[in-house]
Design a protein around this ligand. Structure first.
Ligand SMILES: [Zn+2]
Length: 214
């Protein structure tokens, strides 16, 4: 699986960003897989997640091709936003201190606000539109910072869930939009089914043991 196939299960682009890296229980001696480890993968993912459109993507790709240093800076910024958001969310869920994560997000958001513009919206329902990110080199991190703030400020925390690693889930974070708020797994087809089939195997094994035991 790569950035072109990575499931988008968060229910919000900022949560999909958090889920661009493996969040399960760490395996000793191996780094968690990062699906946006280089600029091209990040760009592909940002398009799929709806942070940018095709026209934006073209402008970003041209800028990053000309200036790989700017691409590397943008990638670092996005990963910083991702990890700060993850820390802030887990802290909010657990009622813990988020440390410097909120300050880091605020700094990223300030930079994004400085690269944004208010434009009149004739014919629209509002007076003006906020266009976030008017510098192609940093468009992806700017949109990511804006999305992160939007999520933290507006999402119902009671509906933010973590795919339960303690029960074999993957640790990805998602918004539970089910009517009765009972969604447990990020992807029933993967995490939920994996766990269920594992439990079934264990039960069968236990049953066999009890049959063959003297
Ligand atoms: Zn999961």
């Amino acid at each position: 699986m790569d950035a072109s196939e990575l499931p988008l299960v968060g229910g919000h682009p900022a949560l999909d960003l958090v889920n661009t890296v493996e969040r399960g229980i760490p395996v000793p001696g191996s780094e968690p897989r990062d699906y946006v480890a280089e600029p091209a993968a990040l760009l592909l993912w940002a398009c799929r997640a709806g942070l940018i459109d095709d026209l934006d993507a073209q402008a970003v790709a041209e800028t990053w091709d000309r200036d790989p240093g700017a691409a590397a800076v943008a990638l670092d910024a996005v990963r910083d936003i991702r990890e700060s958001l993850h820390t802030a969310l887990l802290a909010a869920i657990d009622g813990a201190d988020s440390g410097a994560a909120l300050d880091r997000l605020h700094g990223r958001w300030l930079a994004a606000a400085g690269r944004s513009r208010l434009t009149p919206d004739p014919g629209g329902t509002s007076a003006v539109r906020l266009v976030v990110g008017i510098v192609p080199a940093s468009l992806v991190p700017d949109r990511a910072a804006h999305a992160a703030l939007d999520l933290l400020r507006t999402a119902d925390l009671g509906r933010v869930r973590r795919c339960p690693t303690e029960s074999g889930g993957c640790g990805w974070i998602f918004l539970d939009r089910s009517r009765n708020g009972s969604r447990r797994w990020c992807r029933m087809a993967d995490c939920g089914t994996d766990v269920k089939s594992r439990r079934l195997t264990e039960r069968r094994r236990a049953a066999r043991r009890s049959v063959t035991a003297p």
